[in-house]
Write a protein that binds this ligand. Structure first.
Ligand code: ZN
Length: 145
């Protein structure tokens, strides 16, 4: 008998191991609490999110670099309905663009441990990583204490 747990296309979280993605190092680093991305060894281009081919020079040779784990809320909104599968029970929750310190990267993320009404542009946030029930790892940002 075959058991279908979830249609893959409805699964919000990517497959993370070496057999399924060339950016598996990103997830391995998340497991250590680090947000990382790829830097092109050929032209030095630094991009978010991690790439498998450089948009600048088409090289596929990268090194992994750690990104700052704090930043400020650049923009935010509340998810009131239509949440991705598995997140329905969390509604309402906050989504935001986090401008990482010292970079031009704006990272789309859930903003945890807060309510929409308590958020504001420029609010300080920090990275938090967590493990999903099936063992995969993911990240969000939460207000700095
Ligand atoms: Zn490049």
């Amino acid at each position: 008998m075959t058991t279908i747990v979830l249609p893959y296309m409805l699964d919000f979280y990517p497959l993370q191991d070496e057999d399924n993605t060339r950016v598996h190092q990103f997830y391995a680093s998340l497991r250590e609490g680090k947000l990382t991305t790829t830097k092109c060894k050929n032209c030095g281009g630094l991009f978010w999110p991690p790439r498998v081919a450089c948009p600048g020079c088409n090289s596929d040779q990268f090194e992994w670099v750690e990104l700052p784990d704090e930043g400020e809320l650049y923009a935010f909104t509340a998810m009131l309905l239509g949440a991705p599968l598995g997140m329905e029970k969390d509604v309402p929750f906050v989504l935001g663009m986090v401008l990482l310190d010292g970079t031009e990267f704006k990272v789309l993320s859930r903003i945890g441990n807060t309510k929409y009404e308590d958020c504001g542009i420029g609010m300080r946030v920090k990275l938090e990583t967590y493990e999903l029930e099936d063992g995969r790892v993911w990240f969000r940002f939460v207000p700095v204490d």
